[in-house]
Design a protein around this ligand. Structure first.
Ligand code: FAD
Length: 311
């Protein structure tokens, strides 16, 4: 296994932004079965069903509605309404607080109207708090980091439990961790999933991993609530070790993994008593999400290619 070679990663991440490649992939009927390994389904009924199953297995959940790169106010409103409906559904099914939601600000219009995106985010936070659960802001490409962290700060004045993802591949992230390791602050630490330039991001797997451990140390030593989002067995082992070193109980940090990735490890950690939150995406706009997963792991592409060949 391992981090996909750089060349390979950039080719797949380029395909992630290609509408021609998107039409091709979405036109293949069999791709549904590969998609369903990583995506709960297209509608909120699918999201609720998968959440129910995971919660029954002792896992926590964060749900992501796949509607990123919204380019119109109507699209942003539709994404907001989907989250509001979803949160009603979760509360009605008594799946809160086990399940929370992850929100991409780009889905709410951040790229063309930051104020609008913030208003939408605020309504989602209010609904989540009414439903007794939390919201975590996903982190997208580096051009959005400042905007997202500024919005986080404003949202947190009214909804202190709003969390955010930070990416260890960015050179700035250690400083962001230091800034955000304060009481009540929920920080999801991940490696980062976008193609970023050398000027802002570490390029080698080793540098990204070393940065991850430095950031984890800051979060574990700090006063916030660290959410360790990684499938990397070495990262998981180090997190277990640091949590003991810094005397954090199993309710004072959590592990997070993606739906469909290392499911047996998710259950093992949960059985050990840790909180394990599974990130469950759903929606019709699954293409970009799937491509980022494929870029991470050549084995997933082989799996995908096999399924295409045998159709
Ligand atoms: P990698 O470096 O990809 O892999 C390390 C090792 O993990 C591999 O060598 C292998 O041993 C093991 N492994 C990885 N994948 C598999 C697999 N499929 N099967 C078996 N073993 C495997 N990125 C963002 O940019 N913004 C976000 O907001 C964001 N949110 C996330 C939320 C969650 C809960 C998670 C888990 C990830 C999120 N990511 C996000 C993606 C993240 O940045 C990484 O791209 C992704 O998690 C891959 O990195 P990794 O730490 O899992 O390890």
């Amino acid at each position: 296994g391992g981090y996909a070679p750089l060349m390979f990663r950039s080719v797949i991440l380029a395909a992630a932004g290609s509408s021609r490649a998107e039409r091709l992939v979405q036109s293949v009927p069999l791709s549904r079965s590969i998609v369903s390994r990583f995506v709960a389904g297209t509608g909120s009924d699918d999201a609720l069903r998968v959440t129910r199953e995971l919660v029954a297995d002792g896992l926590a959940v964060t749900l992501d509605y796949l509607g990123e790169d919204t380019t119109t106010p109507a699209g942003a409103e539709a994404a907001r309404d989907e989250y509001l409906r979803l949160l009603d559904g979760l509360a009605a099914s008594e799946l809160t607080p086990a399940a929370e939601v992850s929100v991409k600000l780009s889905a709410l219009g951040q790229a063309f109207d930051e104020k609008l995106a913030e208003e939408h985010a605020r309504l989602i936070c209010a609904k989540a708090s009414e439903a007794g659960t939390t919201v975590t802001l996903d982190m997208e490409d580096h051009t959005t980091t400042d905007s997202t962290l500024e919005m986080l700060a404003r949202l947190r004045t009214d909804f202190p439990t709003v969390g955010v993802a930070l990416q260890s591949y960015l050179r700035r992230t250690e400083a962001d961790c230091r800034e955000l390791a304060t009481p009540g602050s929920r920080i999801r630490l991940c490696k980062g999933a976008y193609a970023e330039p050398e000027s802002v991001a570490y390029q080698s797997r080793l540098d990204v991993d070393k940065s991850y451990v430095r950031c984890m140390n800051i979060l574990m030593a700090g006063d916030g609530y660290p959410m360790i989002a990684s499938h990397d067995p070495r990262i998981v082992t180090i997190a277990e070790d640091r949590s003991k070193w810094f005397d954090r109980g199993v309710d004072e940090f959590e592990f997070q993994m993606l739906y469909g990735v290392r499911p047996e490890e998710q259950l093992r950690l949960a059985r050990e008593g840790y909180t394990v939150r599974v990130y469950v995406p759903y929606g019709t706009q699954w293409y970009g999400y799937l491509m980022r997963r494929l870029a991470e792991r050549p084995a997933n592409v082989a799996f995908f290619a096999r399924a295409l060949r045998s159709r």
